[in-house]
Design a protein around this ligand. Structure first.
Ligand code: ATP
Ligand code: MG
Length: 360
């Protein structure tokens, strides 16, 4: 259902998913005068603390989806793995962001790389892997090492195996437990950069400054932004912005689209997209005039996009379950913005909070 005019104050934004991205989107929605209705399988999810209404149901529960659709004025998804058909169901009632096509593509690593390549974006060499035999023959073409990933449901480096010549490929294949995988060549990068663009239903777009990201064990650890020109030249910045805008256009995306890339001597190489707010842009809550969450709310509710100019340089550090002592220390540190996600249990590797500080 297309957006006719800006939704008025008091309108209800539905959010699929109840994690920290939904929580921070709900806070931004409240600041813009909107109410939030969370639809999530878990009732006590982080986003529910800021919701006027909550539906606890599975994404496959059609009756619950229909009631949800009738109770809201627009919907977005903070979780990219909701079944894409959910968006078709909800589109009968309200404008949806992202739409089914964007979700479907972002949910599958081969689909996203195939789309990127089709519109002229450089992607790592890759092969579809559906058997141990496929893996053995594809590895023979990747002498500099490769990464085997499940095509679906991977996040924070889960569902991945790093492989070098001579490794036990059968064991790697067994360890992933999926017959829908991708083998990608390992890219030698100088740094990783991510890009974020917002797009409205009438095709207006606005870029955010790019972030430089550092991962540990496949999990985002730190972002610094706007990207240091010594790491991401102006030419590369423009290249990345053109890439993410072309993808948003191709997906007819309404909302925000994030793109992760590798910086190499031969240009930017595409890694993956996410049709939602992205961890590497949490610094925008303090660091840009309009945060990524406020921008998403604006795009989905039919408001004009906000100013994304950065107000200085920023650093964002993730706090995982094993870092809780760092979090406690940060609470007493001057100049640190603390964002706790309200999660009950601090498990290792689980994102519990983030810290933002100004660099200059
Ligand atoms: N082809 C590659 N070459 C070199 N490094 C890679 C490659 N693919 C992934 N990596 C490294 O592993 C990290 C995580 O990979 P990827 O982004 O595919 O995983 P993910 O599980 O979807 O992560 P997230 O959801 O946290 O973004 C990348 O940011 C990068 O540091
Ligand atoms: Mg990633």
């Amino acid at each position: 259902m297309p957006m006719a005019k800006p939704l008025p104050e008091g309108a209800v934004l539905g959010i699929l998913g109840g994690g920290q991205l939904g929580r921070m989107t709900a806070i931004a929605a409240a600041e813009l005068g909107y109410k939030v209705h969370i639809f999530a399988p878990q009732g006590d999810a982080p986003a529910c603390d800021f919701a006027a209404a909550t539906t606890r149901a599975d994404y496959t529960d059609d009756d619950a989806l229909k009631s949800f659709g009738m109770a809201i004025d627009a919907v977005t998804s903070e979780f990219e793995n909701v079944p894409a058909t959910v968006m078709d169901t909800l589109a009968q009632y309200v404008p949806v962001s992202p739409g089914r096509a964007a979700l479907e593509v972002a949910q599958h690593r081969i689909a996203e790389k195939t789309l990127a390549a089709k519109i002229g974006i450089a992607v790592p060499r890759f092969a579809a892997i559906t058997s141990a035999q496929d893996l053995a023959s594809a590895m023979a073409d990747m002498p500099h090492g490769a990464i085997l990933k499940t095509c679906r449901l991977g996040y924070d480096g889960k569902g991945q195996a790093r492989l070098a010549a001579g490794d036990d490929l059968d064991a790697a294949w067994q360890s992933l437990g999926s017959d829908d995988c991708i083998l990608e060549e390992r890219i030698a990068f100088s740094a990783e950069a991510s890009f974020l663009v917002a797009r409205t239903s009438d095709g207006q777009i606005k870029h955010f400054p790019a972030s430089i990201n550092h991962h540990e064990n496949g999990i985002l650890s730190q972002s610094r932004a706007p990207a240091d020109p010594a790491l991401l030249s102006d030419d590369y910045l423009k290249q990345g912005q053109d890439m993410v805008a072309a993808l948003a256009e191709a997906l007819e995306l309404v909302g925000v689209l994030a793109m992760e890339t590798f910086i190499t001597a031969d240009g930017l190489i595409f890694n993956e997209i996410a049709p939602r707010p992205h961890n590497s842009f949490h610094w925008t809550i303090e660091g840009t005039k309009t945060s990524q969450f406020a921008q998403l709310v604006r795009a989905v509710m039919g408001l004009p996009l906000g100013d994304t100019a950065a107000m200085g340089r920023w650093q964002m550090d993730n706090i995982l379950g094993e870092d809780m002592a760092k979090l406690d220390a940060a609470l007493g540190e001057e100049g640190v913005f603390v964002h706790r996600y309200g999660k009950a249990a601090a498990k290792p590797g689980r994102k519990m909070a983030h810290l933002t500080r100004k660099l200059d």
